[in-house]
Design a protein around this ligand. Structure first.
Ligand code: DND
Ligand code: ATP
Ligand code: GLN
Length: 571
């Protein structure tokens, strides 16, 4: 049996019910013109994902149902079966998929496995569904399920396959991490091959606060053949699926034989149009991108969507001539175009000529507008103002931080006056150790490097230069030692262990949850590990007040990291 299927990998926006509806309706038009019998959307299509506490407002829930009804009405006169995500609402709420055809909702599936780990919080809101769903179309059986349903062992896919499903439709909102593509792809391939099923997996794409969804929606056949949509951008895949391939593989390999018991499933009937010939079965299109390319693409999409979806056009940042601000500026230009990025040089008497030269060269290479606003007079003024109070106390970190805070005031002033979003430049190594000034260089709306260790930052910056084929980020920025330039001769490495060691320790503690002793057993010096973990533990208060970042790792500071501030436990 040949079915023409379409997957709409779309970039919806949380809470933009009308905007999302427009995208859904236009995808329905595309599916109709393509002659598709099935059109699949990502998880919670109507509300966007994750809607978080909007789900606690009945007005929002009702508006989502109203939009669903409008989508339902729009399908009148068409036999394309549309599978769209929405919030089902009847006293309790369910993360659900509506199966709609010709102006009628034929059935609703409620997600059974609600993820509640990492960045997911679905049990805070949703009640789990209780029954897998099968769509019957003559001898064709199609299972519908939602994202996490396919990740768990013995989930609904299992029951649907045992009940005879030869095609599985999964609506997904699976956020990017640097290792997710490999895990996800091998999972999907395993499911398709273990159940001898054809599978359509439609993932969301776009940035939503600290999350980035990378798309890569996938059609996968029982022989493991994969057709994958574009990453980090919208896409519309049309594929003719021969569902008999599932039947043949099942007979050949006998995987479902012996499962005579009928699984507990709900059945609905929908007539799905068939085709005579398989015209669209693209070549295998699965490709593995390099970690650096994926990271660049995810940061660019995360920054672009955060900026646009929050109503900003331009961004502003302090340009120090150091690596962090150089990389943020380069990524911002990739995301928004050079005309929408403004760099501000704010030298003090400590700022070296080398730093000034590097900042100017970077700005020139990127072609961005710059301002130079020296901070010396304000610094002198605040020192004068405080002299009677500080009396004979020696200069220390207080005065260092004044400089960072003056820069924060200037950037926020530019933001207020011109409506530019301030980009903070802090990285994960700094955020972990508290090596940043609260209300100073931590000021800003979005900290795009917040989930990248300093050692990764150098690799990504190198890759940006390779991609552009020029030294956009000047060579000297790579060569000189990192410095906060808040006191004469200061180097990061005066306060922190070398970044290779620091990042190694942090990664084991944050991403792998190792204990102090376990980290030491990996070959790190005990005193250094103790020092790093103390820094990490005592700077929690800073992270709680910092700008959101973009999650790209297994565990990011943000939704994924909920350490108490007041905490006496020491490893
Ligand atoms: N548990 C807690 N809960 C709430 N607040 C707490 C707190 N513990 C301290 N505090 C507050 O925090 C203050 C200390 O924090 P803060 O004022 O930020 O200052 P602090 O952490 O002492 O100093 C900032 C450090 O970051 C370095 N830095 C700054 C800027 C850029 C870079 C760079 O390379 O990128 C590095 C700088 O050289 C210095 O070593 C305390 O004076 C106190 O007011
Ligand atoms: N002279 C300066 N002019 C403008 N902004 C500055 C200046 N010094 C610091 N900043 C801002 O404060 C941020 C924090 O400084 P920091 O030294 O950590 O970053 P960096 O100089 O970009 O990188 P690195 O840490 O590799 O030297 C900078 O990224 C920049 O946005
Ligand atoms: N929305 C979901 O159910 C996502 C959970 C899933 N494990 C993922 O990251 O892909």
């Amino acid at each position: 049996m040949i079915i023409r299927t379409a997957m709409a990998q779309i970039n919806t926006t949380v809470g933009d019910l009308e905007g999302n509806k427009k995208i859904i309706l236009s995808s329905i038009d595309s599916a109709r013109s393509a002659g598709a019998g099935i059109l699949l959307f990502p998880e919670l299509t109507i509300t966007g994902y994750p809607p978080e506490d909007l789900l606690l407002h009945t007005g929002f829930l009702r508006d989502n149902i109203r939009v669903l009804k409008e989508v339902e009405a729009y399908t009148t006169g068409s036999d394309t079966m549309v599978v769209v995500g929405f919030v089902d609402f009847s006293l309790e709420i369910y993360n659900a998929a509506a199966i709609i055809q010709n102006g009628e909702i034929k059935g609703v599936y409620r997600k059974m496995n609600l993820p509640n780990y990492s960045v997911f919080d679905e049990r805070r809101y949703f009640t789990p569904g209780s029954r897998p769903l099968i769509i019957m179309s003559g001898s064709l059986k199609i299972g519908v399920n939602i994202c996490e349903d396919i990740w768990v062992p013995a989930g609904p896919t299992n029951d649907q396959a045992i009940a005879g499903a030869n095609l599985i439709l999964n609506l997904s909102a699976s956020p990017f991490t640097s290792t997710k593509n490999l895990t996800r792809m091998s999972l999907l391939q395993t499911r398709a091959m273990e159940y001898s099923c054809c599978m359509l997996y439609c993932n969301h794409v776009g940035g939503q606060d600290e999350l980035v969804f990378d798309g890569r929606s996938t059609a996968i056949m029982p022989d493991g053949h994969r057709i994958v949509a574009r990453s980090f951008e919208e896409d519309f895949l049309v594929i003719d699926i021969d569902t008999d391939q599932s039947t043949r593989y099942n007979l050949l390999e006998g995987k479902r034989k012996g499962y005579c018991k009928k699984a507990e499933v709900e059945e609905i009937n929908v007539i799905i149009p068939q085709r005579k010939h398989q015209e669209f079965l693209p070549e295998e299109t699965y490709r593995v991108s390099s970690e650096e390319d994926d990271l660049i693409d995810s940061l660019v999409l995360g920054l672009r969507d955060y900026t646009k979806k929050n109503g900003f056009k331009k961004v502003v940042l302090g340009l120090s001539g150091g690596m962090d601000s150089s990389l943020v500026a380069a990524l911002a230009v990739k995301a928004l175009g050079k005309e929408n990025v403004i760099g501000v040089m704010m030298p003090s008497r400590i700022t070296s000529d080398e730093s000034k030269k590097d900042a100017v060269e970077l700005a020139k290479n990127l072609g961005i507008e710059t301002f130079e606003i020296p901070i010396e007079s304000v610094f002198d003024s605040i020192n004068g103002l405080m002299r009677p109070v500080f009396s004979d106390r020696t200069h220390d970190v207080t005065e260092e931080n004044f400089q960072a805070r003056i820069r924060g005031i200037i950037l926020m002033g530019l933001s207020n006056k011109f409506g530019w979003l301030v980009l903070a430049t802090g990285n994960k190594s700094e955020m972990a150790t508290g090596y940043a000034t609260l209300y100073g260089d931590m000021a800003g709306g979005l900290a795009i490097l917040k989930d990248l260790y300093k050692t990764q930052i150098y690799r990504i910056a190198k890759r940006i230069n390779e991609q552009t084929g020029t030294e956009i980020i000047p060579r000297n920025v790579f060569l000189k030692a990192p410095t906060a330039e808040l006191r004469e001769g200061q180097k990061d490495q005066d306060s922190l262990p070398p970044y290779e060691i620091l990042d190694g320790i942090l990664r084991l503690y944050i991403e792998e949850s190792f204990s102090l002793d376990e980290i030491v057993s990996k070959g790190f010096d005990r005193e250094t590990v103790e020092y790093v973990l103390r820094l990490l533990q005592r700077s929690e208060y800073k992270r709680k007040q910092g700008a959101p970042g973009i999650k790209v790792s297994k565990r990011a500071f943000g939704k994924d990291w909920r350490m108490p501030i007041t905490n006496k436990y020491r490893d």
